[in-house]
Ligand binder design. Structure first.
Ligand SMILES: [Zn+2]
Length: 65
């Protein structure tokens, strides 16, 4: 579903003007709603945390085997 960044709104395909722009502000909508910045940071933080935990798990194993 197209997403207008300027209006911060989701648009139905049949709401778009003939040339595919936003009916409210006239700017070109994005294909999809972009992920919010905090979601990207959440993913990055999760990857770092899991990497750290698996590093801890490996060092624990090395010392206990
Ligand atoms: Zn708009």
């Amino acid at each position: 579903m197209p997403w207008c960044e300027a209006c911060d709104a989701e648009l139905e395909d049949d709401q778009l003007t003939g040339d595919g722009t936003c009916p409210v502000c006239g700017s070109e909508p994005l294909e999809h709603r972009p992920s919010p910045w905090w979601f990207k940071w959440l993913v990055v933080a999760t990857v770092i945390y899991l990497g750290y935990r698996s590093y801890q798990g490996v060092t624990w194993l090395v010392h206990h085997v």
